[in-house]
Design a binder for this molecule. Sequence first.
Ligand code: ATP
Ligand code: FE
Length: 356
Amino acid sequence: LTVLGIESSCDDTAAAVVRHTPGSTPEILSQVVVSQDELHKNFGGVVPEIAARAHTEKLDFCVEDALTEAAINLPDLDAIAVTSGPGLIGGVLSGVMCAKGLSAAANKPLIGVNHLAGHALTPRLTNQIEFPYLMLLVSGGHCQFLIVHDVDRFQRLGGTIDDAPGEAFDKTARLLGLGQPGGPHVEAAALKGDPARFRFPRPLLDRPDCDMSFSGLKTALLRAREAILAKKGGLTRKDQADLAAGFQQAVTAVLLEKSRRALKIYLELNPVKPVFAVAGGVSANQDIRAALETVCAESGVGFIAPPLSLCTDNGAMIAWAGLERFQRGLIDDLSLSARPRWPLDQTSPAMLGSGK
Ligand code: ATP
Ligand code: FE
């Protein structure tokens, strides 16, 4: 099976072709991502109108490039998959319209994919793993623990009740005068810092559930920075490094402890080959990866962290999720609509009907 995947739910326009023959490893035949970072960088965030217009302009080229790179023509495809939510409505609509056009023109099945399901199914694209597996989706906009029971069945164990860690990394970078996106810069600064100098809060650890909170951490960092500024008028390299290290250690500690709890719930299902997988940009962080790997080792659970290019937004994850749905006969038609909000535990009408 060969499927084209289209992604335009945030600030990256992406298209990719994935091929899978049952019994063999899936193949990414092409992967095209056009970033909009330059367009939004002076606005301090993604501007929805600018994003939607850019997606409309870039989508056709992205799809064309993805087909050319894969050396495939539209008629050779088995299906066309597209992110139909959640995300910025203008972008999602552009993608859905583009996919509908292709589907109608080439008479190919259309498959709407939940963007978060795309992230959550990525470990099955890179590794041969069975359901159910545990997933920590940790990105610029999300942070949640999920048990992935099937392509269409996700059990949310808990997640952030306010900010996502990626947002907190970006904000921290801004406060410390480092570049954007903040994650890699904060990580690099933290390597040279002393994490013990500042003790930042680790909220909700007193609660037994898998919920997390990261907004207090931001405020604590702001206060620590202000205290230094009041005393010395500026931040030295050492201050920057120590603040970054203290911040990163607090995020890691929260993710580590809550992962332990999520694993406990997951292991109660007695999976044959237990696996804990991560996805999302923040999972690129080495400190966080190492911590999660340790927790997995403690309990004899396999740990999977896909390459960063597949952890951040991309078309291959949508093509793959579409392919998995196609294999199960989960196909949409031209009435497919864009859903700006779409919690993962309500993946599709098919699933709701199953009473799960
Ligand atoms: P979502 O997928 O939730 O809509 P998004 O597309 O913005 O959000 P991603 O592209 O998955 O999220 O990830 C981007 C985030 O990952 C940014 O906030 C960035 O700072 C963070 N990030 C990237 N690399 C690292 C790193 N090494 N350490 C920590 N955070 C990182
Ligand atoms: Fe994403």
